[in-house]
Write a protein that binds this ligand. Structure first.
Ligand code: DHB
Ligand code: FE
Length: 302
């Protein structure tokens, strides 16, 4: 089709706008409509394909799967890379790398001082203790920082979304002690896979891609005056470690998984063998010359 004809229609749509409305919304929607018109034109999209896609999006929304698609198509990782770039440009370096939040956080997990056990004792996964400190970018420990943690069970499922698990199972909020220390006892998670039979899986199948994530543990780490850190650590040795469908594995976020036993477990109430991860989080001081890392997003609350 003649590009002038397309541009005339786009102009007509734009001209139909009044002075009402939100300028930012207008700019964004106009840009997306233009890009989609040209996608339809350049790829010669048929009406059948268009309405199939519209129906796909409708069903994706009905099943609450847009958060998964945002991760699987790389949008969430792309937003991380853009934040990294903004920080780099402003001269901010170092600190624990960020990586995606994913769609499975639940607000309201119980808060514990220093240490928490977050599994209920019924999950058959191997016992894990993870511990470390929260540090500022000057290397000094941050007391009273908040470490929010959440992860999947031995089947790769998250409590709240998986109703077979108790409320807040494998989720917790830990306040660092006076030395900046935190620790938690849990079980080693298994990698997550997109829901079988869902819209994300259907799309990934058509793209010739899988929907698996390597085993991982999520964190929000926050302390007043510091940039909130959203990140994950991965479990070493997972077959999908560097083949994550959400592109979230990053250098610096794959700590050694150590074997521990005996007296070392006593202060965490663990008897026998267990897996141990030592990991410090380093936060950067808040600055007003770069975008905030406190992201507004609809989240589950329990
Ligand atoms: C998805 C699931 C996760 O557990 C995660 O960490 C990121 C993304 C998802 O379903 O897209
Ligand atoms: Fe996850």
């Amino acid at each position: 089709m003649n590009h002038d004809t397309i541009d005339t229609l786009l102009q007509k749509i734009d001209d139909s706008a009044t002075s009402e409305g939100n300028p930012r919304t207008k700019a964004i929607v106009n840009r997306i409509v233009r890009d989609l018109f040209y996608t339809i034109e350049d790829l010669d999209i048929t009406p059948d394909e268009f309405w199939t896609a519209l129906n796909f999006l409708t069903e994706t929304g009905q099943r609450g799967e847009f958060g998964l698609i945002a991760a699987g198509l790389g949008f969430e990782h792309f937003l991380d890379l853009r934040l990294d770039e903004a920080e780099q440009k402003a001269g901010l370096e170092g600190g624990t790398p960020r990586t995606i939040e994913g769609p499975l956080y639940v607000a309201g997990a119980p808060e514990s001082p220093g240490h928490a056990r977050i599994d209920d004792g019924n999950d058959p996964g191997q016992t894990l203790v993870m511990r470390g400190r929260v540090l500022g970018d000057d290397g000094k420990p941050l007391a009273n920082a908040l470490v929010e943690v959440w992860h999947a069970n031995h089947l790769g499922n998250y409590s709240h979304f998986d109703k077979s698990q108790p409320a807040f199972h494998l989720r917790g909020s830990i306040r660092t002690d006076s030395q900046g220390g935190y620790s938690f006892r849990s079980v080693i998670p298994v990698g997550y896979s997109v829901p079988p039979g869902g819209k994300t899986e259907q799309l990934l199948d058509r793209l010739g891609r899988h929907g698996h994530r390597p085993a991982h543990i999520h964190f929000f780490v926050s302390s007043p005056g510091y940039r909130k850190l959203t990140t994950q650590i991965n479990i070493e040795g997972d077959p999908y470690l560097w083949d994550d469908f959400a592109f979230a594995t990053r250098e610096g976020l794959v700590p050694e998984l150590k074997k521990a036993e005996g007296a070392e477990g006593e202060r965490y109430g663990v008897a026998g063998n267990f897996a141990l991860i030592d990991f410090d989080f380093t936060l950067s001081r808040e600055r007003d010359d770069m975008p905030t890392t406190e992201v507004i997003r609809a989240r589950a609350v329990a």
